[in-house]
Write a protein that binds this ligand. Structure first.
Ligand code: G6P
Length: 608
């Protein structure tokens, strides 16, 4: 997500910070800032937009001269991109200044707690809460203050903190968000990722979960959460800059596939308080929901595929009628829309021209418009009546993976939220569903641990001419996304079919050794799907079944089986799609395709 850097040494800090941030630009950002400890206290400079805007701002600025500083590139999550929301974030007195990577799940609770005690907030960020809390807890010892801070924070964070009382130091702490440190003589640096420091050193210390470090010219002191001093050894990397930006992975796409447990968890946790779904920003009443005459979901590409799953889940849990429409077609179908219609517009970028046009059309007809968007501050996020953000972080690869997965999560949570409001599912069932949602990041991680199985299967079939994905119900929805992934990055012709529809035409294409991927993760429809598998097998197809662990019966009818952990049927697409993403990735990689930038495709399509 965001990028952090810090420098302590004899040189002017600002150029080091800017150079480090430039090396983190690939992560995506919408604003940047630095803070330097100077003779006149801590000086902060920040700017919305590209790093060049920040550089312009500090050019010839003698106030920002000093040898100790921190810097940040921000990818907005709480509050839109702006100068004031950019990091570093100062405490009330300005004595403490913080840069932060990650998401503080309980920031609202903490913010309200601080407001009740008289604190005023300048920004909309979760990070400002941290700056105020450090000031509140600081009693002359930064390690104590940070240890106290960690008992209050829920969520993920890596922090770099400047304090006016200790101008020669930077304090850092982290949990569930990476942070590395390095030294070169009496110069020290910190960063959220290796590329920022490759010119400085190739030997790094990794800060462990909950650990604290104090960087000064004298050295780096490490502490655990009991304030015990820790000794650490470095790890060495030989990576070039390109490999470093991809975290050592060959492509951004596989890096982003591997990031999914974190992205999903970052999307779930801020929306849950115990067994309650928090959609305070949406704030629907039972009457609102009961009063909806229609719910439409509209989107393009993978976001549309997420919408297909969303339809099943919302309809199933709320018993409200939901239609999914391609955004490029929505307004031409003369949809029946009134002020009692809810239109959900789904978009990773928030800028897709057809999705934006659909949104404007729906608004003009009086509908209530809900955005499900990844990029804060984007057009769809701004123009929707309310937006629920997917906290997937920036996606670099053109073929979406983690943003799609997070869109599914928002639909699951939204369906459970609406169902609770109108009482359409029993309370025990609602709790069970939430437990299943909470377990998804761990289950996705398990599939990723076993990715070699998918790679082996891809190695057998990367030369396929056509691939057919079949499934029923939500498995069909997952198949649509799997098929799109495969064709967009490997250029293999592929189609997804509702398994029952095959016999009405497409089966004419099935011949000896045609590759069929049968998604069979839905227990309710398993037997029916296997009947369809038998039909293609009888025509000589080679079939791979994707099903839940332990369902060995699939091996009787399929030539190959790939397993995903068991889950509730409604959430199974979140797991089967990971296998399909990996399959596409490995096939494309074995074919030597330009995976991150497939031909003819764009990440954000701003033409209709
Ligand atoms: C492009 C991208 C797809 C994406 C679609 C919709 O075609 O290549 O990956 O699904 O646009 O984009 P959005 O940003 O609206 O989700």
């Amino acid at each position: 997500m965001c990028g952090i850097v810090g420098y302590v040494g004899r040189e002017d800090a600002a150029p080091f910070l800017i150079e480090g941030l430039r090396r983190l630009e690939y992560r995506g950002y919408d604003s940047a800032g630095i803070a330097v400890s100077t003779e006149n206290g801590i000086v902060v400079r920040k700017s919305k937009g590209r790093l060049s805007a920040l550089e312009e701002k500090i050019r010839g600025d003698h106030m920002i001269s000093g040898n100790v500083g921190i810097g940040h590139t921000r990818w907005a999550t709480h509050g839109e991109p702006s100068d004031v929301n950019a990091h570093p974030q100062p405490s009330a007195s300005g004595r403490f200044v913080v840069v932060h990577n990650g998401v503080i799940d309980n920031y609202l609770e903490l913010k309200n707690h601080l407001i009740r005690r008289g604190y005023e907030f300048a920004s909309e960020t979760d990070t400002e809460v941290i700056a105020h809390l450090i000031e509140r807890y600081y009693n002359g010892d930064m390690v104590d203050a940070l240890n106290k801070l960690q008992t209050r924070l829920k969520g993920s964070y890596s922090l770099g903190v400047l304090s006016a009382d200790n101008p020669g130091q930077i304090a850092v702490i982290r949990k569930d968000s990476p942070l590395i440190l390095g030294e070169r003589g009496d110069e020290k640096m910190l960063a959220s990722d290796i590329p920022a420091m490759l010119k400085f050193t190739r030997d790094f210390y990794e800060l462990g979960e909950g650990e604290i470090a104090i960087l000064s010219r004298e050295g780096i002191a490490f502490y655990d959460s009991d304030k015990e001093a820790l000794s650490k050894s470095t790890f060495h990397v030989d990576w070039d800059m390109d490999a470093a930006e991809k975290g050592g992975y060959e492509h951004f796409m596989i890096k982003e596939i591997m990031e999914q447990p974190r992205a999903i968890s970052d999307t779930i946790t801020p929306r849950l308080d115990g067994d309650k779904v928090l959609f305070g920003d949406f704030n629907l009443t039972a009457e609102d929901i009961a009063g909806f005459d229609k719910i439409y979901i509209t989107a393009c590409g993978s976001a549309y595929h997420a919408g297909i799953i969303g339809k099943y889940v919302i309809q199933s849990l709320t018993r409200k009628s939901v239609d999914v429409e391609l955004a490029s077609e929505f307004r031409y179908g003369d949809p029946i829309i009134s002020e009692k219609t809810l239109v959900i517009v789904v978009s990773q970028s928030g800028e897709t021209a057809d999705s934006l046009a659909a949104l404007r059309y729906a608004k003009a007809k009086g509908a209530r418009v809900l955005g499900v968007v990844n990029v804060v501050g984007s057009s769809i996020a701004k123009e929707a009546d309310v937006t629920l953000f997917t906290n997937a972080g920036p996606e670099i690869a053109v073929a979406t993976t983690k943003a799609y997965s997070c869109q599914l999560i928002i639909f699951y949570l939204l369906a459970v939220y609406m169902a609770e409001k109108i009482g359409s599912v029993a309370e025990t069932e609602r709790r069970r569903l939430l437990e299943e949602i909470k377990a998804l990041p761990g289950k996705v991680a398990k599939i990723l641990e076993n990715k070699d199985d998918v790679q082996r299967f891809a190695a057998l079939h990367f030369n396929a001419r056509d691939v057919f994905f079949i499934g029923r119900g939500m498995d069909y929805g997952a198949g649509l996304e799997g098929s799109l992934k495969l064709k967009e990055i490997s250029y293999i012709h592929s189609e997804a079919y509702a398994a029952g529809e095959l016999k009405h035409g497409t089966i004419a294409l099935i011949e000896r050794d045609s590759l069929v991927v049968a998604i069979a993760a839905n227990r309710r429809l398993f037997d029916k799907l296997i009947s369809n598998v038998m039909v293609v097998k009888a025509r000589g197809a080679c079939v791979c079944g994707v099903t839940w662990e332990g369902n060995k019966v699939i091996e009787e009818s399929c030539d190959f089986a790939l397993y995903v952990p068991e889950t509730e049927d409604l959430f199974a697409p979140s797991l089967s799609v990971i296998t399909l993403q990996l399959f596409s990735y490995y096939v494309a990689s074995m074919r030597g395709a330009d995976i991150d930038k497939p031909r003819n495709l764009a990440k954000s399509v701003t033409i209709e």
